[in-house]
Design a protein around this ligand. Structure first.
Ligand code: MLT
Length: 362
């Protein structure tokens, strides 16, 4: 992150620079990062029918469902789909895929902020400000006055964009796009995978857990009290949300980046302090218990507490922000999948007899 170009006076890089890196594979110069930001500005207008679609759903529709729906509604704009049906040659598939990816990612901050303001702020919308960069414009449209939120938004979008290709949202994108579906279909599917508690929804559950602990003690508890609480949780057969990861075996670097941001900007925020105390306490408890393969925190253990500090108290929306970021990573991957001519994903299916034979050999 320290190598990516950043706005003057800001410590967190342009998201456009990250997208350049994901697409091209090189650290961009400032001019190259700004080129992506400029592309995004020129493609950012969201068609009115997307907003009409979102206004038409029942008010209690989950925010991520609305986000997935908005992306799917844009599918009619797909350059890839149009050009494919017009007879596009295989070695050019990546070009309209890139167009689609730039068009879709350009619109994500406004779509997400629209959902937030429609759902939680009585529909009082804040117009986009194209003098701002992609990340800062999202913060502006959310209506968060504190300028620190612009940096946090950039940081959040940088950190959640990609994480190997085996996670559900990345894999879902790859699977759907492998049939030569366009990025709108594939990214909408990714959001549906992100909705699960074992994936994107986990961040909400972590924040919920922190708030429950805080409410129970009426303040940040002592380390000893928290240690006892963690043991009680484990002994009752529950897990500590946000601790452990499918593949990581150390503190998730995305946790560390957010922890450092909180320490620098609001070390005395009560919920952040609690998240920090959990980090100081829970890994030892998990190691003593000896059951967890990974006793360390993942990205979700802290992200909600930072959003909470800036007043984003609607948990339901946190997964939308995860989705905005994740589409950066998966859309870039999909452009590459087309450029490399990757085949359809078609796992072999096994009969019960074949599975039994494997089990017998094991
Ligand atoms: C992610 O970033 O998607 C999560 O860490 C989940 C995962 O990697 O499986």
């Amino acid at each position: 992150m320290e190598k990516l170009p950043r706005p003057a006076g800001s410590e967190i890089p342009y998201v456009g620079g990250l997208y350049y890196l994901l697409l091209v594979g090189n650290i961009p110069t400032l001019e190259e990062a700004l080129e992506v930001e400029k592309e995004w500005k020129s493609r950012s207008r969201v068609p009115v029918y997307v907003f009409d679609t979102l206004r038409a759903v029942p008010a209690d529709t989950p925010a991520l469902t609305m986000f997935s729906l908005a992306i799917l509604s844009l599918q009619r704009e797909s350059e890839f789909a149009h050009q494919y049906h017009a007879g596009l040659k295989k070695d050019s598939y990546w070009e309209p895929m890139l167009e689609d990816s730039l068009n879709l990612t350009a619109k994500l901050p406004e779509i997400a902020a629209f959902i937030y303001r429609l759902k939680y702020k009585s529909g009082a919308l804040i117009p986009s400000d194209l003098d701002l960069d992609w990340g800062a414009n999202f913060a502006h449209m959310m209506g968060v006055e504190d300028q620190g939120y612009r940096d946090l938004s950039r940081l959040y979008f940088l950190l959640h964009s990609d994480h190997e290709s085996g996670n559900v949202s990345a894999h879902a994108t790859h699977l759907v796009a492998s049939s030569l579906s366009d990025i709108y279909y594939a990214a909408s599917a990714a959001m549906n995978g992100l909705a699960g508690p074992l994936h994107g929804l986990a961040a909400q559950e972590c924040l919920d857990w922190l708030l429950c602990v805080y409410q129970m003690y009426g303040s940040v508890p002592s380390k000893e009290a928290l240690r006892q609480y963690a043991w009680d949780t484990l002994k009752s057969g529950q897990v500590i949300p946000g601790y452990g990861h499918a593949v990581l075996r150390k503190t998730d670097p995305r946790f560390t980046a957010q922890y450092e941001f909180g320490m620098q900007h609001f070390p005395d925020d009560e919920i952040f302090k609690l998240a920090a105390l959990v980090y100081d306490t829970v890994p030892d408890v998990l190691r003593e218990q000896g059951k967890a393969r990974d006793p360390w925190p993942n990205v979700d253990a802290i992200s909600g507490s930072l959003q909470y500090h800036y007043g984003i108290h609607e948990f339901d929306f946190h997964t939308v922000m995860f989705g905005v970021s994740r589409i950066l990573g998966v859309s870039a991957n999909t452009v590459w999948a087309r450029a490399l001519g990757q085949p359809i994903e078609r796992p072999k299916s096994l009969t019960t007899a074949m599975l039994e034979a494997i089990a017998e050999k094991a």
